[in-house]
Ligand binder design. Structure first.
Ligand SMILES: Nc1nc2c(ncn2[C@@H]2O[C@H](COP(=O)(O)OP(=O)(O)OP(=O)(O)O)[C@@H](O)[C@H]2O)c(=O)[nH]1
Length: 791
């Protein structure tokens, strides 16, 4: 069957939307729509049974299914069938539903018009499959045949029977409510619905053997050995047929076989194992005893001839002894005291289990500091985090390795060791990158995989570098890095061809992402200038292209700086280049540019929020630690914290700020919290730490204002916020907005074009801790589709 879909990517916004927010099709589309409508109507009429639908209904369906004829036909057929069913008077429910040989359930048909992985909840309710077999008695025995029933089952049966007596159903039309699940109690009442066994007996079929009712038997296939041990005569397997309701009560013992009855023997013969344990089955026509009795011969062999088969209805020998002991000790045996005793025992047990906890309860006394006052009077250097972004192999890690080496944050011996080791595996040029790329896979492949942090200090500032991976596969890790940054360093490979390929790759994507995540300042390191002999023209070309892109992306010109440099040689990083070809540049070095950044303000007075980057466990002094950056608020040693979404509390034992012990920490600082009184299973990276008095809400749906990087429509996406990412879907496009004023331009657009700002509703698969005004990124199919701010 043909599948048509309009796919138009080269459109203009105004062409696409009409005033009411819906698309106004052009004549070509209208003609196509007419063709599709005719095809659907024709297929509906030709089907079995033929279905009629109005043109409007057909076009509505086509609109919903993007002109997919097959789906529209299926949808309309289903709709019409449902309507027809509703109109028909309800048929009497058969007393004993039996498998119908013609009604075949096809999952493929049932789900044909459902969106993939998104079955509407009301459809799920329709997928109830009735059990094919009657419920079994205790130990899988067949209760209809005299097998033992539990006391509870017997009670239920008695109650049911009583109810039946109160409201007798007319003969021949047994009460439907009681019949689908046959009662486990014998039903001597002629009016009561008959069990399967009774029906079989009445219909003249051989009564199922006691063991036939067991689950083992039911599932097992008949084997030659089991059939040989079974005296059941072989019968031709009749066709499946629903048994008719019996007009008159039948006497089971006198039941004569009626060959015209075609109820199948759906039960398999006993397996060898079952025959060994339970013994040969009872005769075909007798309503034999339960398998507990029928196996007596075999069991007696095992336990000695004198042993009596155990009656499970009576108290067990252990119970007898325990009862006797309790009576002897003078315990009261009335129910009230028993239940009181049970409750006490239960309480003791619960208390006991709590006391069994191996968790060390730690109480650290808080110094009750005024943290903000402490922060103001402290003479700590201001701190700043920056994320290093750019296309793969632009030289980010090498540049940062050089920066750390030049600032004395890494000693020469370690650097020499890295150089030797890198040369050994033929990757000598990556020696500096190894300062940040610590993972063995990263070193072997020469590619950064996860974010790496390192610190260095200048006279004024304590910097934290967050080195992000450039490869497109690791963009989620780059997002996690960018969420911790105050500003960004965009590294560009100036070599011929590399700059151009970077533009098509992650150079632009990374820059857009950091801007969408709130970064205002960006320093562009035009790297590998040694590879282009410090060509001034090349630098100017790159500067011009990148600066026009960055201003379009929302960076202010005053917040963009360019530095031509060479990471490998260390030119214009911490020291000015001495290469005569680089004499044309008299601007700042990279370090000077970094230092020039304005002090960044942080939400010190807001409630505590910290996103967990990593969880460490197993330290001797500090068995459990979490690291991250304080996004807002402050905290001190001895504080009680709440982790979300687990909702578990913990105690802060000690704090490290930038690797130094501290009594307190404030927003903007990178901290390690050594915590206690919590099970580590409640902690994951991406979780949020807050105070029990002001918890962060956990939500499943949110409205957000986003900048679309790609076409947006109702679709599956992943929501990223720092380390946290969760599957979700765009459920509604509320409006496309004016970039400058934020006013709605078009309400309920069907699609949002790349570069457009829009308000959308996102529904996540599970609740996560999120609150406005958090910045989030939406990704789909391995690429970033939008980024924005929670409203
Ligand atoms: N000629 C020259 N090569 C450089 C320079 N900086 C880095 N390279 C080389 O570029 C290659 C990639 O360097 P990396 O530092 O691993 O690049 P990266 O951007 O960190 O790579 P990813 O993090 O995996 O995206 C290495 O072979 C470096 O030696 C430079 O200034 N000049």
């Amino acid at each position: 069957m043909s599948r048509h879909r309009i796919k138009d990517v080269g459109y203009d916004d105004e062409d696409y939307y009409s005033d009411d927010g819906y698309a106004s099709p052009d004549p070509e589309e209208q003609e196509f729509l007419q063709q599709c409508t005719a095809a659907v109507l024709q297929q509906l009429g030709a089907g079995q049974p033929p279905v009629t639908a109005t043109k409007e209904e057909v076009q509505e369906a086509l609109w919903h299914y993007y002109n997919d004829i097959e789906k529209s036909v299926n949808y309309l057929r289903g709709k019409k069938e449902k309507e027809a069913l509703k109109q028909k008077p309800k048929a009497a429910v058969p007393a004993f539903p039996a498998p119908c040989p013609t009604a075949h359930f096809s999952a493929a048909d049932f789900f044909r018009d459902c969106p993939w992985l998104n079955v509407p909840s009301h459809r799920k309710a329709e997928i109830l499959v009735e059990p094919l077999y009657p419920r079994l008695g205790l130990l899988g025995g067949a209760p209809e045949n005299g097998g033992k029933v539990s006391k509870l089952a017997a009670l239920a049966a008695a109650r049911k029977k009583k109810e039946g007596e109160k409201a007798p159903t007319p003969t021949g039309t047994p009460d439907a409510s009681s019949s689908p699940t046959p009662s486990h109690a014998p039903s001597p009442d002629p009016q009561a619905p008959l069990s399967l066994r009774e029906r079989l007996a009445a219909s003249g079929r051989s009564t199922p053997r006691p063991s036939e009712g067991s689950g083992l038997r039911r599932l097992g296939k008949s084997s030659s050995s089991s059939s040989s041990s079974s005296p059941v005569p072989k019968e031709p397997q009749p066709e499946l047929k629903s048994p008719e309701p019996l007009p008159e009560p039948m006497d089971k013992s006198k039941a004569e076989p009626e060959p015209r009855e075609t109820v199948p023997n759906i039960r398999a013969s006993p397996s060898t194992f079952a025959s060994t344990i339970v013994g040969p089955a009872a005769g075909p026509t007798t309503a034999g005893p339960s398998h507990l009795h029928s196996n007596s011969a075999d069991l007696l062999k095992l336990y000695g001839q004198d042993a009596e088969p155990f009656d499970f209805a009576a108290p067990s020998p252990d119970d007898v002894v325990l009862n006797a002991q309790s009576t002897a000790k003078g315990f009261k045996s009335n129910t009230a005291s028993k239940s009181a005793g049970n409750k006490k025992a239960q309480a003791d047990l619960t208390g006991g289990i709590k006391d069994l906890s191996v968790e060390e309860k730690v109480t650290v006394k808080s110094k009750n500091l005024d943290v903000l006052a402490e922060y103001k009077k402290s003479n700590r250097k201001r701190s700043a985090n920056f994320v290093v972004i750019g296309h793969v192999d632009a030289g980010k890690s090498t540049l940062m390795g050089r920066l750390l080496a030049d600032q004395g944050a890494i000693d020469k011996r370690t650097l020499d060791k890295y150089r030797q080791e890198a040369e050994k595996i033929g990757k000598g040029s990556f020696a500096l990158a190894w300062v940040l790329d610590q993972g063995s896979e990263e070193r072997a492949r020469g590619v950064t995989i996860d974010i790496a942090t390192n610190k260095f200090e200048t006279e004024k500032t304590a910097f934290t570098i967050v080195d992000a991976p450039g490869h497109r596969d690791f963009v989620p890790n780059m997002i996690a890095g960018a969420s911790q940054a105050d500003f960004a360093v965009l590294v560009i490979d100036s070599s011929v061809g590399k700059f151009e390929s970077g533009l098509k790759g992650q150079t632009k994507e990374h820059a857009l992402l950091v801007r969408s995540m709130g970064t205002q300042k960006i320093v562009v390191a035009v790297n590998k200038m040694d590879a282009v002999q410090w060509d001034h023209g090349r630098f100017e070309e790159i500067e011009q292209q990148i600066s026009s892109f960055l201003t379009t992306a929302g960076f202010q010109e005053k917040n963009i700086a360019f530095v031509p440099c060479s990471g490998v040689l260390g030119d214009n990083i911490a020291r000015r280049s001495e290469d005569p070809h680089a004499a044309w540049y008299s601007g700042r070095t990279l370090i000077e540019e970094l230092e020039d950044s304005e002090p960044f303000t942080h939400a010190l007075e807001k409630p505590l929020r910290m996103t967990i980057s990593d969880v460490f466990r197993g330290g001797v002094q500090n068995p459990l630690s979490i690291s991250g950056r304080l996004d807002a608020g402050s905290l001190q040693v001895g504080d009680q914290i709440l982790t979300m979404p687990s909702g578990e509390t913990a105690m802060v034992r000690s704090i490290e700020v930038d690797s130094d012990p501290s009594d307190w920490a404030v927003a903007g600082q990178n901290v390690v919290l050594n915590i206690a009184n919590i099970d580590p299973i409640h902690l994951r990276s991406g979780d949020v730490v807050c105070r029990p008095s002001s918890p962060i809400p956990t939500i499943t749906t949110f409205t957000t204002k986003v900048l679309a990087f790609e076409h947006l429509m109702p679709m599956q996406v992943d929501v990223h916020r720092g380390r946290l990412h969760v599957p979700a879907r765009i459920s509604k496009l509320v409006a496309s907005l004016d970039k400058a004023s934020g006013a709605a331009i078009k309400k309920r657009p069907k699609i949002v074009a790349p570069g457009t700002v829009a308000r959308i509703v996102v529904e996540m698969d599970h609740a996560v801790p999120l609150e406005a005004p958090t910045r989030i990124v939406l990704r789909s199919g391995g690429s970033t589709v939008a980024a924005g701010l929670l409203e």
